[in-house]
Write a protein that binds this ligand. Sequence first.
Ligand SMILES: C[S@@+](CC[C@H](N)C(=O)[O-])C[C@H]1O[C@@H](n2cnc3c(N)ncnc32)[C@H](O)[C@@H]1O
Length: 374
Amino acid sequence: MWRDSWREWRNRLLMSPRFQRAAAAFWLSRPQARREARELFDLVAGFTYSQITLSCVRLGLLERVRAGRVSEAILIESLAMSVAAARTLLRAAAALELLEPANLDEDRAGWALGRRGAALLGNPGVLAMIEHHAVLYGDLVDPLAMLRAPRGATALAKYWPYASASTPGEVAAEKTHDYTRLMAASQSLVAEEILDAYDVRGHRAILDVGGGDGSFLRALAQRSANIHLMLFDLPGVAAVARERFAAAQLLDRVQIFGGDFSRDTLPVGADLVSFVRVLHDHDDPLVERLLRAAAAALPPGGRILVAEPMAGTGGAERMGDAYFGLYLWAMGSGRPRSAQELTVMLENAGFCRIRRCPTRIPLQTSVLVGERAG
Ligand SMILES: C[S@@+](CC[C@H](N)C(=O)[O-])C[C@H]1O[C@@H](n2cnc3c(N)ncnc32)[C@H](O)[C@@H]1O
């Protein structure tokens, strides 16, 4: 009750132009007023930031200044746009700290890599996601139309064909290649986060369900020379994983299973089953089935590891419910779940002693580990 009254009082105050003016005028509240105004502006203008960033990535601008400053004239020459348009883009990129002005001398303007540009270049997975987001951006042009239409009538749903297929096992291999590449590009940071959060070395064998091209298992193999690797994914993806393991000369350590986890049982033999960025793709009935299948595949005392960005994560609320909420809606199935929701689902499927293993950057992934009840 007191919460309602407090909220009404706060909102009345924040809506009042007089209060806003007073907060900006008073020196003690001014920094907070400025912060609020900036955050509100980001909410309103964020779409321009994404498109400026996409332009820089598509034009290879960050790559062009990777090694050091470049003259503005040379940069502009390659952009296939008017000088005025190019300068507008360069200045916009500087405002986002993707680039920074670095004149060559008094007469020659130049540009160098900015701090956010450097962070992006150091993270090829994020660069791949920026390019990929053009698909979601198209679906979001009319957000209400998307939310009101039957789910799955989107370009993003076509990109992830398993999400709306009635028989995912029959999805053509070539339709899985783009997303498998995207997932592999963004897997390395996620894998390191997970492996730092949970020590896998006590395990004998791991089954990675929906393991993609095996990037996670290969990162894990580098940490533990003895653990046996098992991967389950759609037949077309499993075939790609086989090629990647062969190229890494790891075929003797891995068993690869092609199948459809919405119908098939999971292979036995592992004492750790992992789901990395898999459960949030699916609706509750399939997730419940998957967790029961994992319990059936494990011996008593065997462990389950669930790693994905989770809703309601402190400090990363926008990632869970805003970004993944809309992303997964557009994809056609699944939803971001909180650690509490996943814990209840794990318990219902026969797991106990479920705990969260803290990760350094929960924005990328959170990790839950549980034990198959005896
Ligand atoms: C979002 S990707 C995650 C891949 C990998 N775990 C990672 O984090 O990079 C989900 C994976 O689940 C697989 N998958 C989806 N539906 C499946 C099904 N019905 N049977 C088997 N695998 C499936 C996809 O092919 C894909 O590789």
